[in-house]
Structure formats: C-alpha cells, structure tokens
Design a binder for this molecule. Structure first.
Ligand SMILES: [Zn+2]
Length: 185
C-alpha cells in the first residue's frame, strides 16, 4: 500500500485533460533554485504552469556544487537546442529564492547541528553551510557564489529573492546580472 494512491488518482484527472507540448525553452526563461520545503512550492507561489520554468530544489535552496553543475548543463543544453531562439537576450535567468522560517535555520544552533551530524553522518561544516538563518544574507551569498562559478555561462544571469512565509510575498533582494567576463574563459 503506497501513500501515492490519492496522488495517482489526481494524476488520472491530470492525464485525462493533458495535451503534450513541444520541446522548447521554458516559457519564462527562468530557472528557479529554492528550498524543498513543501510550503515553498514555486508553481503555487509564482503561478507557474507546466513548461514555464526550470525548478531546482534542495535543502535551503542553496547554491551547492551540484546545483552549479545542473545550471552549467542547462546552459549547455539551452545553447545547443535553443540558441537561435534565446541567445540574443541571454539563455536564461537563474532566480535564487530563499525563504523565512526555513527549517535549516535550526542548523545555526551548534547543539542541534551536532545532533544532526551524528544522526545523518553529514559533516557539521556541511550542515552549517546549509543553514538559512537569515534568507536575505544567504541569498546574497548564493547569488555571488553562482556568479563566481567558473562553469557559469556568460549568457546566464542570476537574481536573488526572499519568500516570506508569513505574507506569501516574494521580494527581490539582488537584481539580475550576468557574471563578470574578466577572469572567465
Ligand atoms: Zn527551507
């Protein structure tokens, strides 16, 4: 017995009315990086429809090496498949969205972090790096981290935003910009 049964019933309804679309760039030309928290579903809070945006989610919505790799691959793919369509204005924008009341905020507490490390086997330093205690601070840091990544395409721009769980409002903290070309090749 799987807890998926009611969800599969919803999928039946979805599939009954479904029309497949052609392969193309995401309609909004945005890739969202955000937390896996179930209160922070980009489709719901940003009104996304199927095919609108790429969404990458992990604990805290942090720009990790894995996220940087995903974005480098997406840029490669977009350049290969859709360069004629989107290259003039850049391939896409990565919007990093952190949120208030993030569960990773507990990891800022050394005692909690120590327990988490013992329970999960993850290094304490890695857990500390995941913590989003102040989303305004971490989202700025992660935008800079992504912009500084050697593998980031100069045709990709990056912006930073904070979602407030209390109000439902998303506020832009860092405007979109592309990586500095100096030092990149
Ligand atoms: Zn979170």
């Amino acid at each position: 017995m799987t807890k998926m049964i009611p969800l599969l019933q919803r999928n039946e309804q979805f599939a009954a009315a479904y029309t497949p679309g052609p392969l193309g760039p995401p309609a909004t030309q945005v890739a969202i990086v955000t937390c896996l928290d179930h209160r922070v579903d980009p489709a719901v809070i940003l009104g996304l429809q199927l095919g609108d945006a790429v969404v990458i989610r992990n604990t805290g919505g942090r720009v990790t090496p894995a996220v940087i790799d995903d974005i480098a691959f997406l840029a490669f793919l977009a350049g290969q498949l859709f360069s004629g369509v989107v290259a003039a204005e850049g391939l896409f924008e990565v919007a990093v969205v952190h949120h208030t009341q993030c569960g990773t905020g507990f990891l800022a507490d050394p005692g909690f972090r120590h327990q988490a490390a013992e329970s999960t086997g993850m290094p304490e330093a890695a857990l500390e790096a995941t913590a989003v205690a102040d989303p305004h601070t971490t989202v700025r840091a992660d935008v800079e981290r992504l912009l500084a990544a050697p593998s980031l395409s100069p045709l990709v721009s990056v912006s930073g935003h904070v979602y407030d769980i209390a109000t439902g409002r998303v506020t832009t903290v860092v405007d979109a910009r592309r990586p500095q070309l100096a030092g990149k090749n």
